[in-house]
Design a protein around this ligand. Structure first.
Ligand SMILES: [Cu+2]
Length: 190
C-alpha cells in the first residue's frame, strides 16, 4: 500500500488523501479517463423525462501537457449529435450558442463543462436518459485523438448538495435551448 514516509511520494499521498475525501463526500463514484496529456473527469448527464428531445452533459477536461489542445466534440449512439454549447448570462437573460469550431483547452489548465456554462448537448435523443444508467461516448481532441468514455446518468446535485438552484436553471435552459435550436434552424434556411 501507499506509504507517506518517503518525501518523493508526498504528492502521491496527497492525491490519495484527496481521492479518499472525495469518495467520502460524494454518494456517487467519480470516474475519469486519460488520453496522453488529456484527462476527462466525471462525465455525467442528468436523467431526462420521457420524450425529451435533448439532454445536457457535463465533465471536466484537464490538459496536463505543454501544448494547447482543442476539444472538438464527439459521437454517441443514443442521440443524433453531441454538440458543444456555451451558455452566457446577461442580467436575467441566459442564452446559449453552439460552438462549432471546438473549445480551446489551454496547456496546464482545467476547463469545466457545468450547468449554466460550457456544456455538451445531446440532440434528438433516441431514448430517455435513466438515472443510474451509463452511456458510452467517444470524445474527440484535435491532437490527442479519440477517447472512449461513459457518461454517468445522474442529477447534477448528486455529487454536490448545493446545486438546487442550478438544477432549476438547467430545466429552464433546456426549454430555451429548443427555442434557440429552432432559431438556429430558421437562420440556416435564410
Ligand atoms: Cu445547450
Amino acid at each position: 500500500m501507499m506509504s507517506c514516509s518517503h518525501t518523493h511520494r508526498l504528492r502521491t499521498c496527497l492525491v490519495g488523501a484527496l481521492i479518499s475525501l472525495t469518495t467520502l463526500a460524494a454518494p456517487v463514484m467519480a470516474h475519469e479517463y486519460r488520453l496522453g496529456d488529456i484527462e476527462v473527469m466525471h462525465p455525467f448527464a442528468p436523467p431526462t423525462p420521457p420524450g425529451a428531445p435533448m439532454a445536457a452533459g457535463y465533465l471536466e477536461i484537464i490538459n496536463h501537457g505543454q501544448h494547447d489542445e482543442r476539444f472538438l466534440g464527439g459521437d454517441v449512439t443514443f442521440a443524433h449529435e453531441l454538440q458543444l454549447h456555451e451558455t452566457t448570462v446577461e442580467g436575467d437573460v441566459s442564452r446559449m450558442r453552439q460552438i462549432t469550431d471546438g473549445m480551446l483547452i489551454p496547456a496546464g489548465t482545467t476547463v469545466k463543462f457545468q450547468p449554466m456554462g460550457k456544456h455538451l448537448m445531446f440532440t434528438d435523443l433516441a431514448e430517455p436518459l435513466v438515472d443510474g444508467d451509463r452511456k458510452k461516448a467517444t470524445l474527440t481532441f484535435e491532437k490527442a485523438g479519440e477517447l472512449e468514455v461513459e457518461f454517468a446518468i445522474e442529477h447534477a446535485d448528486a455529487a454536490s448538495t448545493s446545486h438546487d438552484d442550478m438544477n432549476h436553471g438547467d430545466m429552464k435552459h433546456g426549454e430555451e435551448s429548443q427555442e434557440e435550436m429552432k432559431k438556429d434552424k430558421a437562420h440556416k434556411h435564410h
